[in-house]
Design a protein around this ligand. Sequence first.
Ligand code: NAD
Ligand code: IPM
Ligand code: MN
Length: 346
Amino acid sequence: MKSYRIALIPGDGIGRDMTAAAWSMLQKAAKAHGFALEGTEFPWSCAFYKQTGAMMPADGIETLRSFNAILLGAVGWPAEVPDSVSLHGLLLPIRKSFVQYANIRPHRLLAGVEGPLKTTAFDILCIRENTEGEYSGAGGRIHQGTADEVAVETSIFTRKGVERILRFAFEQARSRRGKLASVTKSNAQKYSMVFWDDVTRQLSAEYPDVEVTSYHIDAMAARMVMAPETLDVVVASNLFGDILTDLGAAIQGGLGFAASANINPERNAPSMFEPVHGSAPDIAHLGIANPIATVWSGAMMLDHLGEKDAATAVMTAIEAVTENGIGTVPGKDRTDIITAALLTAL
Ligand code: NAD
Ligand code: IPM
Ligand code: MN
């Protein structure tokens, strides 16, 4: 029997319950489709940091490298560990070390989910650059705490990095409805963003079948609310993609529905699957978080592993549940009720 080794990192807050819910679904799907998922859980989190002084052991990345994929809940507990420490100690190093340069985030309404917009017929795939740009981590602070303090944080855009994410997005557009929206802010940022627009234009010659339009991020934010049905694939830099995908989550009914895959397209290191949302400290102990975003991310993991039928079965189960009105309204159904309904549907 085919078997995949999965690293489970539940993390903090609701991440723990969300990962448990997704894992039970994935195990059931695996059994039904004749393959095995062998999970190894890592306690790396803010609690782990408080015990050990690090978010993961020094050889954490090397430990993860041998797995077929990583399923992550959420990282961050800002009341106890600064986000700038926790995220740079776990989530962001995984994305960068494993060159998971394509962060894929689908935004559409699941059956039975209403969402806040009048328009309901949209199906957007956001492709977020995931290893450089505004998240490069190049910078510093001097004269800290004085009146002469200076803080610098430089965005880094490389031809290699920009070309590969745009190429990935062109390919996605080609496999969908043939439309690509490339998002920058080249009217204000005249080096990096003009460069991104230039590369978009250069590559478009190789994809004559893809209709590409460049948008400024501000106009794109408005378009995602006012006319999301006009969008197919949307590609953006790391920070712009981060912001647009919380907006994407909002128009699809909330963060409880927004899935995400951090993909290493070359497959020379594991990819990581996680919801768009974080640890949700405000509801962490209430048992009301929606596991659908993480379950959907798990379906993306099965798809990535090549288990297409199992992935489809999980997505079908999700929509059977939401079509019945379970898990569609934030806070209405408890996590365990939604999870039980998902398992039954599967
Ligand atoms: P958040 O996504 O955790 O929460 C934002 C809002 O959405 C909250 O009101 C929360 O209750 C709600 N929400 C989130 N997920 C939900 C779900 N599944 N069901 C129902 N409601 C849900 O964002 P935040 O509050 O800005 O961040 C909290 C912590 O998580 C911070 O430490 C932050 O850095 C971290 N974070 C981590 C990740 C990640 O690990 N990938 C992503 C985003 C934020
Ligand atoms: C996300 C999150 C992370 C990001 C944070 C927690 C660093 O918001 O995955 O969207 O900005 O990438
Ligand atoms: Mn985000």
